[in-house]
Design a protein around this ligand. Structure first.
Ligand code: 5RP
Length: 220
């Protein structure tokens, strides 16, 4: 089974978590794109969606799914999105696609975060995948120095601007012993918009695509 086949399997399995008649939060990335394709098949049974990126918004609208401004809604039962890494504690690194800030905002409003990944994304400890940090452009050098002081090696994502008009520093080499603490500390650096650690608000359910089928992981 290929990685794409495993992604497709979890994207389809995630439909089970979509609440009929309600608004669903939709993530960004290749697995989320497969979920959008699957969601299109039940578009008449949902009220609409909230998008975590411009790319996702365009894809949802392309399928005729109504996309709501997050400010218009107060209640959204589920958010469905991929991840770059996830641990058994349901802590994640996200932002490989650069949409981490809007993903974190939409996830904050959702009742449940359903993470959809292929089995290669499940790790015991976070950090092999470089940690994306969204930065206000004028703070790029300052934030890079502070991230270096934390033990990381920040690399500017060349030629990339986020949907919010900011830059991404991808940080290699961080020892992520306490994801909640590190998420908090990085967010306190002046000029950081947010970082790709999703530990303060971890996933509630993770659907994992494996050659043996879709497995379901919940917080231990
Ligand atoms: C985008 C993300 C994605 O969820 C993450 O990068 C995983 O992407 P993919 O499903 O393509 O492997 O956080 O900002």
């Amino acid at each position: 089974m290929t990685q794409d086949e495993m992604k497709l399997a979890v994207a389809r399995a995630a439909l089970e978590y979509v609440v009929e008649g309600r608004i669903v939060g939709v993530g960004t990335g290749s697995t989320a794109r497969m979920f959008i394709e699957a969601l299109a098949g039940m578009k008449d049974r949902i009220a609409g969606a909230v998008a975590s990126s411009e790319d996702t918004r365009q894809r949802l609208e392309g399928h005729g799914i109504k996309v709501f401004d997050l400010n218009e809604i107060t209640d959204m039962p589920v958010y469905i999105d991929g991840a770059d890494e996830i641990t058994p504690e349901m802590h994640m690194i996200k932002g490989g696609g650069g949409a981490l800030t809007r993903e974190k905002i939409v996830a904050a409003v959702a009742g449940k975060f359903i993470c959809i990944v292929d089995g290669t994304k499940v790790v015991d400890y976070l950090g092999r995948f470089p940690l994306p940090v969204e930065v206000i452009p004028m703070a790029r050098a300052h934030v890079a120095r502070e991230l270096t002081r934390l033990g990381g090696t920040p690399v500017l994502r060349e030629g990339f601007v986020t949907d919010n008009g900011n830059l991404i520093l991808d940080v290699k080499g961080l020892k992520i012993v306490d994801p909640v603490d590190l998420e908090t500390r990085i967010n306190q650096i002046a000029g950081v918009v947010t970082n790709g650690l999703f530990a303060l608000r971890p996933a509630d359910v993770c659907l994992i695509g494996t050659p043996e089928g879709v497995q379901t992981m919940t917080a231990e």
